[in-house]
Design a protein around this ligand. Structure first.
Ligand code: HEM
Length: 340
């Protein structure tokens, strides 16, 4: 449970405590100590990681509170972990129509039903549920662009599946390939979420404070799936040098340079983002980047991308090799994804 989760949980606890005791708690100090403290008495609550300071000196109905605390800890830990977990595998499965295949309404309905059947083990990410690690998301593809230019042979649809167990993804891709083989050729791109490499404590706090809440497919219907790699010249630099590119650094890179973070923080509140690493996992790209946003924020995403691509603002992009970008819509069912 990270600091933000602890804070959220602490807020819930204060609210519940107020309801039971009709007395107010002044503040909550969250820390990563393995203890909790009620009315300045130490209490052993296993791994509870929240310290609560009381304003009221009155009687504490500790027993009731203890039960609720335990309940809240048990039921909320996973649910509140909005921050991307490490070790979350993803496969982005592109469905390309075979040139001789007929794809019409009636054929896609049957196929969509079969896809639904093999996907029952995954939670549908159109309406994301907290704490779920095995998820599936159906994406209807609108545009397929390389550096702003439309590419021929745009995918018919794209499925993103996630799991903490890569074997589950491998098995799914295999079953899907078999299921759709008469009409579609699959291309699966694999990646995993990892620890941060270039983020200092202040930046991490800013990221946590500003990251938007994830919406469902109706609130934030737009998706961008953007694979990219970095050049050998990038990977040949030291960690310290690579980190410089993420920060404002006029001395090194010119007066306008605000870096990847400077550009990103202008728009962060409007765009849900997830970064996956593929280097040494899938040779097609070094990273898979994934974004969701509301209709009203379509131009925000364009501004974000053109800011990152601007070498005056962000020299990191000089080392980026862009791969084809999918612009699409989140769909609730395979049928909607495949509708011709
Ligand atoms: C929404 C605004 C954005 C913010 C606040 C943001 C922030 C960040 C931060 C803090 C990192 C460093 C992660 C680390 O420490 O390892 C990072 C890495 C990265 N971001 Fe962004 N970013 C944003 C948008 C984007 C966009 C639009 C793209 C691509 C189209 C992108 C692609 C990447 C990639 C590929 C990395 C990994 C770089 C590397 O490890 O070499 N980001 N981003």
């Amino acid at each position: 449970m990270n600091l933000n989760d602890q804070r959220m949980l602490a807020e819930v606890l204060i609210w519940m405590y107020d309801k039971i005791n009709k007395s107010a708690l002044s503040s909550v100090v969250v820390s990563n100590g393995d203890f909790c403290r009620v009315n300045r008495e130490k209490c052993s609550m296993g791994k509870a990681m929240i310290q609560i300071l009381l304003r009221s000196e009155g009687e504490v109905q500790f027993k009731k509170f203890q039960v609720i605390l335990l309940f809240a800890v048990l039921f909320n830990l996973s649910a509140m972990n909005a921050w991307a977990a490490q070790g979350q595998w993803a496969s982005f499965i592109y469905l390309f129509q075979k040139s001789d295949a007929l794809v019409d309404d009636s054929s896609t309905i049957g196929l969509a039903n079969k896809i639904s059947q093999i996907s029952t083990g995954f939670s549908n990410d159109f309406k994301p549920q907290k704490g779920k690690t095995d998820t599936i998301h159906y994406i209807r593809v609108n545009d397929y662009l390389l550096k702003g230019e439309s590419l021929a042979g745009k995918p018919f649809g794209l499925i993103r599946i996630e799991s903490t167990d890569k074997k589950i993804l491998d098995r799914y891709v295999e079953s899907l390939a078999d299921l759709v083989k008469d009409r579609f050729r699959l291309e699966a791109r694999f990646a995993v979420t990892r620890q941060l490499n270039y983020t200092d404590a202040d930046t991490l706090q800013r990221l946590k404070d500003n990251a938007p809440k994830r919406g469902n497919g109706e609130e934030q219907p737009n998706v961008v799936v953007f694979p990219l790699s970095k050049t050998a010249a990038w990977w040949g630099q030291t960690q310290e040098k690579r980190q410089n590119y993420f920060f404002e650094n006029p001395a090194l890179f010119g007066k306008d340079h605000i870096g990847h973070n400077g550009v990103g923080f202008k728009y962060i509140q409007h765009i849900f983002r997830k970064l996956y690493h593929s280097r040494f996992i899938d040779s097609k790209q070094d990273f898979m980047t994934y974004f969701e946003y509301a209709d009203a924020d379509a131009s925000t995403f364009d501004a974000l991308l053109s800011g990152l691509r601007n070498p005056g603002l962000n020299q990191e992009w000089e080392y980026v090799e862009e791969k084809p970008i999918v612009y699409g819509k989140r769909m609730a069912t395979p049928e909607e994804m495949l509708k011709p």
